[in-house]
Design a protein around this ligand. Structure first.
Ligand SMILES: Nc1ncnc2c1ncn2[C@@H]1O[C@H](COP(=O)(O)OP(=O)(O)OP(=O)(O)O)[C@@H](O)[C@H]1O
Length: 642
């Protein structure tokens, strides 16, 4: 109570006298705290009087104190906001990143990682989508198929998959501060509404996010370093993966920039050794691309006035490895694959041109099944139009004969309008013409630095303009499996897996360059074919040297994953078959399959069904071959033995 009195007198000094009518010693009327509170807090007077009369407590002191604290906090916050804005304007550097750029996702992933350990009050929870590859971790064991007590098979069940995946926490929308490697950063995450014209008269507001990073000082270097760390962190997690992108949805493409391409998949790099193809042919493509991608080559091209572009045509029957080789090449050179389907109905020539200009400096552009893309020469279109006009002309004159003067009556006008509409619809559907594509591939404004890969099953159907040198610089023929390739496919199928980490390391660790004066290909461990021209030893980055093969076509069993120099051939997954026996079975198997009759995809399909039992594959291959020969002879698509 004494304390209360002391406080009251203190407050009375600040807001003197309890009486509304009291006067200062000089005679100036003074306003009491209660009167002041009554003025600013509606209803305070009656409440104050009620509590005073019933409980005999004067709440003026407490309410005044709370008011003073609240006011001080407001004043302090406003003052601090002014000081902070002055500080940020004059003493802080900042970099903004839009969500349409991939750096945004790198930064968010990096911050999510940081905020795993950092205590924070405002976070945003997200469910990260993971691919089947990402769900596989070191401790994932191949689950045994279980049988319950009644003898029923317990099939795997993934219905609670989503529930199991851990949420990811990122900084919420708003301002955050954090320290990174001794530097203080401020992060502002905000959403901006963009007015998006969707075309056809419709429009909508879309949310875009902007991240702004700032730090003290006039240099943006610390932020750039932070972004580098975020990128490095991202690529660490995506090491040995091939990213596959496709054109973004139509309404996103219109903004251009890197946002015109979206990632659709990410998968472990395909080791080059898993593509069964003549080693010389593989080596030629690798050397050619390696030479082309060399940074000095761009200058070489520029000095000679040659456009810095390279195109490849992979042709051959279905399932012979055209796409597989493209993926393996992307893995070797660490390039993303940009897949374009020319059959996409919404893709126009201008958009395709814009997509090509928004490609990264180095990447692979994959145009699959180019023969089915329905590309026609413009003169063919013109011919078609002429025929159509002729048809309509005839119809019209026929009518004239019967009906005399046609005149501009309403019915005719309506028909003419309808025809015009039909025509423009047809025009729209025509999509990409051959001349349009040729322009995009090597027109004046065409992107330089990319590797263009076109695949086809029917090269004879391609227009020669499309594959003339400059557009296609290197052609690779793919064919059905030869005896050696069948053997190779077989051994690969029954070779035991490396543990996950060793597998990732094996496909991502470059061994150094093959310095033979002619070629400097970055080799993957045990992966790339040995260059045919090297009688010298290959220097590895670890200082060891390995003897290369000199015959240019390594035997089928070469290049398998090796641990401590030993070939990893199964004792577990392949039905307890040892290395020597596997080689013998592979040879016998290859003898039973006719040379050059089945595609690697067909043989792989047969083996996959017996993937744990090489002996069974050998036993059943005779029947399968008979059945397949019959299928091919009759031209039916239904197989008896799969
Ligand atoms: N030469 C090969 N070496 C290893 N695997 C192959 C080979 N050819 C085909 N395969 C396997 O067959 C499947 C289909 O191969 P891929 O898609 O590369 O064939 P493609 O020639 O591109 O076929 P398409 O012309 O139908 O697109 C893949 O699973 C791949 O692993």
């Amino acid at each position: 109570m004494r304390q209360n009195n002391a406080f009251s007198s203190l407050l009375t000094n600040v807001l003197p006298s309890d009486s509304a009518n009291s006067s200062s010693p000089t005679g100036t009327p003074q306003i009491s705290p209660t009167a002041l509170l009554e003025t600013f807090i509606p209803g305070y007077g009656p409440i104050h009087r009620l509590i005073l009369s019933t409980l005999n407590i004067d709440i003026t002191v407490v309410v005044s104190l709370v008011t003073v604290i609240w006011l001080s906090a407001r004043i302090f916050r406003s003052g601090w906001a002014v000081i902070w804005s002055l500080l940020s304007s004059y003493f802080m550097a900042e970099i903004s990143v839009s969500s349409t750029d991939e750096i945004h996702s790198h930064l968010i992933a990096f911050l999510a990682h940081q905020y795993k350990v950092k205590p924070a009050r405002r976070l945003m929870a997200e469910t990260p989508s993971k691919s089947a590859w990402e769900l596989d971790s070191e401790d994932t064991e191949t689950p045994e198929t279980k049988v319950d007590s009644e003898g029923n098979i317990k099939w795997l069940n993934f219905s609670n998959q989503e529930a199991k995946s851990q949420p990811r926490f990122t900084p919420a929308i708003g301002s955050h501060n954090f320290w990174h490697r001794g530097t203080y950063f401020q992060l502002r995450r905000k959403e901006v509404a963009m007015f998006d014209d969707l075309g056809g008269g419709s429009a909508a507001f879309k949310d875009k996010e902007v991240l702004t990073l700032s730090c003290f000082g006039r240099s943006t270097e610390p932020i750039k370093t932070l972004i580098q760390h975020a990128k490095a962190h991202f690529h660490l997690g995506h090491n040995a993966k091939t990213i596959i992108k496709r054109p973004a949805a139509k309404d996103m493409r219109r903004f251009g920039g890197r946002g015109s391409w979206v990632k659709i998949a990410e998968r472990p790099c395909r080791p080059m050794k898993t593509v069964v193809l003549d080693e010389d042919r593989k080596m030629e493509v690798l050397a050619d691309i390696n030479e082309y991608l060399n940074p000095a080559t761009a200058r070489w091209y520029a000095n000679r006035g040659i456009p810095y572009r390279r195109g490849y045509l992979f042709y051959g029957p279905p399932g012979t490895g055209k796409t597989s080789l493209t993926f393996a090449l992307a893995g070797v050179f660490g390039l993303d694959i940009h897949v374009v389907s020319l059959l996409e109905p919404t893709l126009t020539e201008e958009e395709l041109g814009m997509l090509f200009t928004n490609l990264p400096a180095r990447c692979i552009v994959l145009l699959e099944d180019i023969d089915t893309a329905g590309l026609v020469r413009n003169n063919e279109i013109e011919e078609e139009d002429e025929t159509e006009k002729g048809r309509r002309g005839k119809g019209k004159s026929g009518k004239d004969n019967h009906g005399g003067d046609e005149g501009l009556n309403v019915a005719n006008l309506t028909k003419a309008l309808k025809r015009a509409n039909e025509q423009s619809e047809e025009e729209k559907k025509k999509g990409i013409s051959l001349s349009g594509l040729l322009n995009i591939i090597d027109g004046v404004a065409s992107h330089e630095g990319r590797v263009l890969v076109m695949t086809t099953n029917r090269p004879e159907k391609l227009d020669e303009a499309l594959i003339r040198p400059g557009r296609v610089d290197h052609q690779v023929a793919f064919g059905n499996a030869t005896q050696t390739q069948i053997k190779e496919l077989f051994v690969r199928m029954y070779t035991n897996d490396l543990p996950r980490t060793k597998f990732l390391k094996a496909i991502s660790t470059p061994l150094g360059s093959v310095a033979n004066g002619k070629l400097a290909v970055i080799r993957e461990k045990e992966d790339l074919p040995t260059p045919p021209v090297t009688p010298t030893a290959v220097e590895h980055t670890n200082g060891h040297a390995s003897a290369p093969t000199t015959n240019g076509s390594p035997p089928a069993l070469d290049g398998h994953p090796k641990v401590n120099g030993a070939l990893v051939i199964g004792e577990k997954d392949n039905g307890e078959v040892g290395e020597d026996e596997l080689k013998t079975i592979a040879r016998d198997f290859s003898v039973k399959v006719p040379n050059d009759m089945f595609s690697p995809a067909e043989i792989q399909g047969f083996l996959l069904k017996r993937k744990k039992d090489p002996r069974k594959a050998l036993q059943e291959v005779g029947g399968w071959v008979e059945g397949m020969v019959e299928v091919k002879r009759k031209g039916t698509k239904l197989v008896r033995i799969q």
